[in-house]
Design a protein around this ligand. Structure first.
Ligand code: FE2
Length: 469
């Protein structure tokens, strides 16, 4: 009965829309009113617009309702949000056959032998420079269900299009995820990233000398090597065949700015070399084979699931305080050999040596971040930047060694070899990842003549992370 009513109402809408010229070609297609109706309505978020459409479908003065809606669009009476929402359904109204269907298909990655990874997907059929609302719905859902998405053969995507794609997840933001903090010479991030002049939200990372790239001239890129950050290093003689996780992290300033929702990474130029043996060197004896320069990801949802019930409860009720200006604060400290947080030797810079600190800009974030689509909880902590823990009973743990010990004990099971997705890059690969649901790390080392160029983009979030309900 419902569908009969819906169909009849839809025919009423279509008849009206046809009369005013929007659906002139509609009758020549095998257009499905029910499909059309079910496509439009979930995408209308404003109650007033839903009412207009519903009235239009069911009343004798339907044409008047539709006309009123359209004239409201052309006037200034719509808020930006409402206008954006209505614009999102216009392609469906105007060209339903094209808009209803998306060519994008989602293919979950097959875990390598011995791996139990339960995340990662390749998306095929996407035209990333020309994304419809429906395409984006599919991409967004796929991202929050799979955490890491790979799009192949995206060589032609411009830095601007990469920025626009990244921004679709958080449309009101425009600033790079680290703001201007990269400019600080003492920041450990400073040597790794070069900003594209005409698209400052997009950074160039990689290795070797590049004469010209996107307006940058005669740049020398330096692939991060663990010897600049780890307390103990792989001996020089073993360095070519062996590597480490450089630094497990979230892409986030963790001071003043909200963490970005997503990061996009484009492999522009990739030297093809052999595989390396990645060593944990943390007493576990664990190691895994990775392609040279692969980017490692782990799921922070899996990391949470691996906790004991007691630790899950602790994680849900504890907040993490991050050091102000964390990448300057940690600049003299050194990392554990598995890249999962720092060794406590008292080498962090005192506040007196940091840039000015606004106390209200210090980040105190939940230990668990909630996935906006699945509702799952991620144990999401930047292990190198953590400074204090705020417990449920109001206690603030300030002993840095003890704080790091707790975080490390909770996170370490989640980076075991069978849980790591090591992306083996090919030129033209574009990865989009849920920066609020995974940790990632650079791996590998390159010789100066091995030129590698990547473009990275993320944007400081418009709002804070979602915590446990
Ligand atoms: Fe990163």
């Amino acid at each position: 009965m419902f569908y009969i009513t819906v169909s009849l109402n839809l025919f009423a809408i279509c008849a009206i829309l046809s009369r005013i010229g929007w659906l002139s070609e509609l009758t020549a297609t095998n257009f499905s009113p029910v499909e059309h109706f079910s496509e439009i309505h979930p995408r209308v978020h404003d109650a007033r617009d839903k009412e207009h459409l519903s009235h239009a479908a069911g009343s004798s003065d339907a044409e008047e309702h539709i006309s009123r809606l359209m004239s409201a669009i052309s006037s200034s009476s719509f808020s930006n949000t409402r206008l954006a929402n209505f614009r999102s359904i216009l392609p469906v109204i105007q060209a339903p056959e094209m808009a209803i269907k998306s060519r994008i298909t989602v293919h979950k990655l097959t875990p390598p032998k011995g791996s139990t990874i339960d995340f990662g997907a390749e998306l095929q059929g996407a035209d990333l420079g020309n994304i419809s609302e429906l395409d984006f719905d599919i991409i967004r859902r796929a991202l929050y269900e799979n955490q890491v998405l790979i799009f192949k053969n995206q060589q032609n995507l411009s830095p601007k299009a990469q920025y626009e794609l990244t921004r679709l997840f958080d449309p009101s933001v425009t600033s790079y995820g680290h703001g201007k903090t990269l400019d600080a010479k003492k920041s450990i991030l400073h040597p790794d990233l070069k900003t594209i002049p005409h698209q400052p939200q997009v950074q160039v990372i990689g290795n070797g000398a590049v004469a010209e790239f996107e307006g940058l001239r005669d740049i020398v890129l330096q692939h991060p090597h663990h010897k600049t950050f780890h307390k103990d290093v792989i001996p020089e003689a073993e360095d070519r065949e062996n590597t480490r996780f450089y630094r497990w992290h979230i892409d986030a300033a963790l001071y003043a700015l909200h963490p970005p929702l997503v990061t996009s990474l484009m492999a522009v130029r990739v030297p093809r070399t052999e595989y390396q043996n990645l060593r944990y060197d943390d007493g576990s004896g664990e190691e895994m084979k990775v392609s040279r320069g692969s980017t490692a990801f782990v799921s922070s949802y899996r990391m949470y699931d691996l906790l004991s019930e007691e630790d899950k409860s602790f994680a849900r009720t504890t907040k993490v305080q991050y050091a102000p200006h964390p990448y300057i604060w940690m600049s003299a400290a050194r990392s554990r050999s598995d890249g999962l947080g720092l060794v406590s030797e008292g080498l962090e810079l005192p506040r007196s040596e940091l840039p000015p600190i606004e106390e209200e800009e210090v980040k105190i974030l939940p230990m668990c971040w909630r996935n906006p689509v699945t509702g799952n909880l991620a144990l999401q902590v930047h292990p190198s930047a953590v400074e204090k823990l705020h417990l449920a009973d109001g206690t603030v743990m300030e002993d840095l060694k003890e704080v790091r010990g707790i975080v490390y004990r909770m996170q370490r099971p989640g980076i075991a070899p069978g849980l790591v997705l090591a992306v083996d890059w090919e030129e033209g690969d574009l990865a989009l990842f849920n920066n609020r649901g995974v940790l990632h790390s650079v791996t590998g080392s390159f010789r100066p003549e091995e030129v590698r160029v990547f473009r990275q983009c993320n944007l400081a979030g418009s709002g804070d992370v979602l915590g446990p309900v």
